[in-house]
Design a protein around this ligand. Structure first.
Ligand code: ZN
Length: 484
């Protein structure tokens, strides 16, 4: 029996604002617990919320980047529940009038896990969205041996929820979706989307059904995933588990599960019977939001999106789509490339240097492109020196290593080390004449048809020039002289 998998994701992204959603407390990761609180985010009676306009703008910007419909009027609602992380016993969220609806996220090939990139079932797939809404985050609980501590620094920070249609078909597609989405959020400056810091979190709804069955299987939710590779592992485990259960004749019920990354298994948290009834109602302390003015502000902030940047790199700089994909994958790396490539007649060479030598040097040194010791202009200078024949490709590697270690310019290193390549025709001709005169037998052998003799002579010229002669020029000059 074959089974079909259906996955839908709910992603929470922390917005990059200075202050919280409804109060002036600062948003700061890693601050002393409960140091950023006030009566509003502690939910004390009588405290009144005030909207953070930048959070509204960032949510509308996300809507525009993801091709959503932006609501003319949106409003906030109270989502009621009793839980220690929310002392006012409701969370301010959006129910029936979210800021954005519909929209889509294009999945890029390189966003799939490396081992799945050769076997992508649907190329250029787009995952459609249901909605994007804005809400406040809850406090964070820390469970100790006998007690639980609650940090209210996170309570009330702006949180954007992005809900997909159930059209993701595999753990690998879920991985590609999250990677692609994360990239767009970073491009837009909307969120740092660092899953390790909890800035991007994800709930996964997954169901399987026999291929012959029309209606979807029981929806099982995996809560609070905090890494993209964890999402992939959890889904893979859960799909196997559900298929095995169905195969054994069990009936699956709607339920919520957790993921234990250490054990590599999902576990039951609650069944449908204990599902919440949140009794949403409009928040009477907050007026509805007209988006017209926000939209006008935000349009000017729309960035070039990853998909367009990749296409432009291929078109403007004639690099391969693969290289364009890797460069555009990281906004800073893309900016570095473009700075060097704009100056260069050889953008292809620039791309190769960045993706091979520079990236491996950076990772060996534990650095990122932001603290790269070689400025983009300096890399361009190196490529130019090689391209003009001033130094050989091999010497270029040596110069590059020195540039990376010392931060000196390529020209300065070449001068210092005296490694400039000999590309002066007259000088090379002179050496060639000397070598031919000293090796008359080899010269005669070449003339008689022994092609290998040329390599021998070439080697002698290189030796005599102390390795400095331009090898291509040496080959050409020797041949011309011997064919006379
Ligand atoms: Zn506060």
């Amino acid at each position: 029996m074959k089974y079909l998998t259906t996955i839908g994701l709910e992603v929470h992204a922390q917005l990059k604002t200075q202050s919280k959603m409804f109060c002036a407390c600062p948003v700061e990761f890693g601050a002393e617990p409960n140091s950023h609180t006030c009566p509003i985010c502690l939910g004390l009676p009588g405290a009144l919320p005030v909207m953070n306009e930048e959070a509204l703008r960032l949510t509308v910007l996300t809507g525009l980047m993801l091709d959503c419909d932006i609501a003319d009027v949106s409003k906030f609602d109270r989502k009621n529940y009793f839980y220690p992380d929310m002392p006012k016993n409701y969370q301010i969220s959006q129910y029936d009038l979210p800021l954005s609806s519909n929209g889509r996220v294009p999945l890029h090939d390189l966003a799939y896990p490396k081992d799945a990139q050769k076997n992508i079932p649907v190329l250029d797939k787009e995952v459609h969205l249901v909605r994007i809404h804005l809400e406040e985050d809850v406090a964070k609980s820390f469970h100790f041996e006998t007690t639980t501590g609650i940090d209210f620094n996170r309570a009330g920070t702006p949180l954007m929820e992005i809900v997909t249609q159930p059209e993701i078909k595999s753990p690998e597609e879920a991985f590609a979706f999250l990677t692609s989405l994360k990239q767009i959020l970073i491009y837009g400056g909307v969120s740092d989307a660092d899953m390790e810091k909890g800035q991007l979190r994800c709930d996964c709804n997954v169901s399987v059904r026999p291929e012959t069955q029309g209606e979807l299987g029981a929806k099982i939710e995996i809560k609070n995933m905090n890494s993209i590779s964890g999402v992939r592992r959890a889904l893979a485990f859960e799909i196997e588990r559900q298929i095995a259960a169905l195969g054994a004749g069990e009936k699956l019920e709607q339920e919520t599960r957790g993921w234990d990354d250490n054990v590599g298994e999902t576990f039951l948290m609650r069944t449908k019977e204990s599902a919440h009834d949140y009794r949403y109602f409009p928040d009477p302390d907050l007026v509805p939001v007209k988006t017209e003015v926000l939209l006008a502000d935000v349009r000017a902030r729309l960035p070039e999106l990853p998909k367009r940047k990749r296409a432009r790199f291929v078109q403007d700089y004639e690099i391969t789509p693969y290289n364009a994909g890797v460069l555009a994958d990281d906004l800073e790396l893309a900016a570095y490339f473009e700075k060097a490539a704009r100056l260069s007649k050889k953008p292809k060479g620039i791309a190769n240097w960045i993706l091979n030598d520079l990236q491996s040097a950076l990772s060996a040194a534990g650095k990122t492109i932001n603290d790269c010791p070689i400025p983009a202009e300096a890399l361009n200078e190196l490529v130019l020196l090689i391209d003009s024949g001033k130094i050989s490709g091999k010497q270029g590697k040596e110069v590059f290593a020195e540039m990376f270690a010392s931060g000196k310019s390529a020209a300065a290193i070449v001068k210092e080390k005296g490694i400039e390549q000999l590309s002066d025709t007259t000088a090379i001709e002179k050496i060639c004449d000397e070598v031919i005169a000293a090796n008359l037998k080899a010269a005669a052998d070449f003339k008689a048809g022994n092609a290998a003799s040329l390599n021998f002579l070439k080697g002698q010229v290189m030796k005599l020039s102390k390795g400095k002669a331009n090898p291509q020029m040496v080959g050409g000059i020797l041949e011309r002289k011997l064919r006379k």
